[in-house]
Design a binder for this molecule. Structure first.
Ligand SMILES: [Fe+2]
Ligand SMILES: [Fe+2]
Length: 229
C-alpha cells in the first residue's frame, strides 16, 4: 500500500504531498537539472580539476574533440536517466520502489555533474537538445510507472544493461591519454551495474524483445545526435 509522501511546514507539522505538489516539485527539479545547478554528492572520480591546460594538452585537437563528443553523449545519457527515474517514481504506488528509483536518480546526478565538468575541461558544452531529451525521457518514465512495479523495474534493469554496454564501448573508444574521462566513465559503469543488480533484486521483470529493441533504437538516435549537437 502506498504511504503518503509528506512535506514539512514551518510550524513543524507535515501535510500530505498531493500529486499536484509532486508535479510542481518535479518541474523545479527539471529546471535545476537542465540549468546545471545540481551538485554531486560524491567527489569526482577523476580527482581535482587540473590547475592548468597542461593535462588537456596531452590530447591532440582531434582527440579532444572526439572525447568531448563522447562525454556529451554520456551527459545526455545522464539527463535521460535522471528524467526516466524521476518519471518512473512519480506515479509508482510502492514507496520502497520509489525510494530505489530516487536513490538511483541521486547517483545519476553525480554522473551528470562529473560529465558536465569534464565537458568544460575539454572546452566543450552539453547538448543543446537537453530539454527535449529530458521531456521525452520523463514521459517514458511516467508510462513505465503506470505499467506496474515488475515492468517498471524491468525498464530500469534493461536501461542499465544497455548503458553498461554503451559505457564499455566508450571505454575502448576514448583516447588512451584521456585518463580523466576514463576514470569518470569507469565509475559510472560500476554504478550502472549496481543499479541493474538492485532492480533485479527487487523483482524486475524481463522486458519483451521488441521493447528491448525499441529502447536500443531510441538510444542509437540519442547517441548519434548528441555526439554533434
Ligand atoms: Fe548514470
Ligand atoms: Fe544508472
Amino acid at each position: 500500500m502506498d504511504k503518503p509522501s509528506t512535506l514539512p511546514t514551518p510550524s513543524g507539522f507535515s501535510r500530505r504531498m498531493s500529486v499536484l505538489d509532486r508535479i510542481f516539485s518535479e518541474l523545479g527539479r527539471a529546471v535545476q537539472v537542465l540549468d546545471g545547478s545540481v551538485h554531486a554528492g560524491r567527489p569526482n572520480p577523476a580527482g581535482k580539476p587540473p590547475l592548468s591546460a597542461d593535462e588537456s594538452a596531452a590530447l591532440s585537437q582531434a582527440e579532444q574533440k572526439h572525447a568531448a563528443g563522447l562525454m556529451r553523449v554520456n551527459h545526455v545519457g545522464e539527463i535521460c536517466a535522471q528524467a526516466l527515474y524521476r518519471g518512473q517514481a512519480l506515479f509508482c504506488r510502492d514507496a520502497s520502489i520509489r525510494q530505489v528509483l530516487h536513490r538511483a536518480a541521486a547517483e545519476e546526478v553525480d554522473h551528470l555533474v562529473w560529465c558536465r565538468d569534464r565537458l568544460h575541461e575539454l572546452q566543450s558544452r552539453p547538448s543543446l537538445l537537453n530539454p527535449l531529451w529530458y521531456a521525452g525521457s520523463f514521459s517514458l518514465g511516467v508510462l513505465a510507472s503506470r505499467a506496474g512495479v515488475g515492468k517498471n523495474l524491468g525498464f530500469m534493469a534493461e536501461t542499465e544493461k544497455q548503458v553498461e554496454q554503451h559505457l564499455d564501448r566508450h571505454l575502448s573508444d576514448l583516447p588512451a591519454a584521456d585518463t580523466r574521462s576514463r576514470d569518470i566513465v569507469t565509475q559510472m559503469r560500476d554504478d550502472e551495474i549496481s543499479h541493474r543488480n538492485t532492480a533485479e533484486t527487487h523483482g524486475a521483470h524481463k522486458l519483451p524483445k521488441p521493447v528491448q529493441l525499441a529502447m536500443k533504437a531510441m538510444s542509437k538516435v540519442m547517441t548519434t545526435t548528441a555526439y554533434r549537437l
